[in-house]
Design a protein around this ligand. Structure first.
Ligand code: FDA
Length: 305
């Protein structure tokens, strides 16, 4: 049953009509538990609150599957504004974004041009940018654009997903760039032809790539809410004397908040991924798919009206 619900939410999350309707009618169904608000101001307030507690942040102006070049330019302009606001207010925050919001599905060159505009602002304002990883279909294109940008900009990273078979090859290949990578399990519905279908295999591969990337001497963001993976990382860094400046933990806004603060108290760097914006729908569906128990929040949201 859980698998059926998971597939249902992942399928719904990629529905373009539902995405457009959700944007039009505003945040609903208790999505506010996972999304900081619709505006940049809302996200800046969330960063300030988290920074006050000692947590670092990466903000994500939600948006994906943009199929209009003007809209992609608007998204890029918004990211530039967000970068400038972070710098102006002296906040401890990075920026995350998705290439499909920069026009990847229209034309790769358009996405790269938009990214260059963003990276110029990020460079000038000393803000780190992470390119989120989307579904398998866009994985190679994302890595290609990351490599292209990494030649010219230091403060850029991307994400590698443990559920893909290709992942350890990507870690080896990217090592030549000494990249700062966020490692995750992977949030999309993928075919067993390209991704491990079993959770235990994903978890094993996750541990494998964490070890590879850390022992290669690269900065590693371990982005997970899974205590097994967190404990594995803690043990690994201790065994290999890896300094705390070489890694951090990351979690999503609104998920395992107490655990985030515990890790911080233990002296680990903890970064919270704070999504905001009108395009909340696909992100929200993926969070429901990860934990169908969250559907209880949806039902409460519907009952509240
Ligand atoms: P797992 O799903 O096994 O969960 C472990 C435990 O965490 C659960 O038992 C539960 O207690 C808690 N938990 C997990 N998800 C929850 C939820 N939604 N609600 C409540 N509790 C939950 N993916 C991707 O494909 N591309 C990307 O760019 C990113 N970026 C990204 C950034 C950051 C900072 C994080 C933390 C995650 C991502 N992800 C992502 C998502 C990632 O791939 C994955 O889907 C989720 O993190 C869930 O996997 P876990 O590692 O948390 O483990």
């Amino acid at each position: 049953m859980e698998q059926v619900m998971r597939n249902f939410f992942l399928f719904m999350g990629k529905n373009k009509l539902a995405t457009k309707m959700a944007k039009k009618y505003g945040m609903r169904f208790g999505a506010g538990r996972f999304v900081a608000g619709a505006s940049l101001e809302a996200s800046l307030n969330a960063i300030k609150e988290l920074n006050k507690k000692g947590l670092c942040v990466t903000i994500d102006h939600l948006g994906e599957f943009v199929d209009d070049a003007n809209e992609a330019q608007e998204m890029a302009d918004h990211c530039i504004k967000a970068i400038e606001s972070i710098a102006k207010e002296g906040l401890d925050s990075q920026l995350s974004l998705k290439l499909t919001s920069m026009g990847l599905d229209i034309d790769e060159k358009l996405a790269l041009d938009n990214m260059r505009q963003i990276m110029e602002a990020a460079d000038k304002n000393d803000v780190f940018v992470t390119i989120d990883m989307e579904d398998f279909e866009r994985c190679q294109k994302t890595i290609d654009i990351f490599k292209e940008l990494k030649k010219d900009y230091e403060n850029i990273g991307t994400v590698i997903q443990a559920y893909l078979y290709r992942t350890s090859d990507d870690i080896e290949d990217l090592n030549q760039y000494s990249p700062n990578l966020r490692l995750v399990k992977g949030a999309y519905k993928e075919s067993p032809k390209v991704a491990f279908p079993e959770k235990k295999d994903v978890d094993e591969n996750f541990k494998k790539i964490i070890k590879m990337h850390l022992l290669n001497g690269n900065y590693t963001a371990v982005a997970t809410h899974d205590d097994n993976i967190i404990e594995y990382t803690k043990k690994l860094v201790e065994e290999h004397n890896i300094p705390r400046e070489q890694f951090e933990f990351q979690m999503l806004y609104g998920i395992r908040v107490e655990r985030q603060e515990e890790l911080l108290k233990e002296g680990y760097k903890m970064r919270v991924y704070v999504p905001y914006g009108k395009d909340w729908y696909g992100y929200f569906m993926r969070r429901l798919a990860e934990r169908p128990a969250n559907v209880a929040f949806v039902l409460k949201g519907i009952l509240k009206g």
